[in-house]
Design a protein around this ligand. Structure first.
Ligand code: CA
Length: 231
């Protein structure tokens, strides 16, 4: 991912410099903005490959900036990671629903931030609809419409298959129940949010026989995430 340009939008100079230092050391090119107006100027100069946006900015909230970036067709594809000092899960959900691709809670280590950036950039790479998607020993065979571990096929109902297939193609990111309903059930208004929990339970049960149920992680107050990394 070296050579990618990352725009840091953060008004607190020491934090901004600390992040910039860590990212440059990891091989990224960095540009900086201390408010939303400067951020717009930087974007107009050169569209970044990814943006880090602080939640609390002097001229406009980072959430509002994120919404604007995601509404504009010129910048819609730019991945955004929100930096938040807020530990409140509902704020994280608001951030993700506002269009952020991920969030990192302060204080974070430069290593953790670089790992998140790498994960988000990997997801943003073209080729997201490849035939096979891997998550450790799980292999999603999109053409064959099945998930396998080695020679064995994981026995899944149609909804569990759609859910797992969505998770495997959107790894390391939290989705709220309503987002999952939207993306996996197609926003059928007659389906209740607790239906999601029922299918999550079934999916975990199917994966447990393969020792993979731990990948389906519950994020308290926020929703669910699929990740092969420990929670
Ligand atoms: Ca701030």
């Amino acid at each position: 991912m070296a050579g990618k340009q990352i725009l840091i939008v953060e008004d607190e100079q020491p934090i901004r410099e600390m992040i910039a230092f860590g990212l440059r050391r990891a091989g990224y090119e960095v540009s900086e903005a201390e408010d939303c107006i400067q951020a717009r100027e930087r974007i107009a100069d050169r569209r970044p490959d990814l943006m880090l946006v602080d939640w609390m900015l002097p001229d406009m909230s980072g959430l509002e900036l994120t919404r604007q970036i995601k509404r504009d067709k010129e910048t819609r594809e730019v991945p955004i990671i929100m930096l938040t000092a807020r530990a409140d899960e509902s704020d994280k959900v608001t951030g993700l629903e506002g269009g952020a691709d991920d969030y990192v809670t302060k204080p974070f280590s430069p290593r953790e931030l670089v790992a998140r950036i790498n994960a988000v950039l990997r997801r943003a790479l073209p080729g997201g609809d490849e035939e096979y998607v891997r998550a450790d020993q799980l292999v999603l065979d999109q053409a064959g419409h099945r998930v396998t571990v080695g020679e064995r096929t994981v026995p899944l109902g149609p909804t569990e298959y759609r859910l797992l297939s969505f998770f495997m193609t959107h790894q390391d990111r939290v989705y709220s129940r309503s987002q999952l309903l939207d993306r996996v059930w197609g926003g059928n208004v007659y389906v209740e949010e607790r239906t999601v929990d029922v299918h999550i339970r079934r999916l975990r049960k199917a994966l447990a026989d393969f020792g993979c149920d731990r990948y389906i992680q519950t994020v308290r107050g926020a929703g669910y995430r699929f990740s092969t990394r420990p929670q």
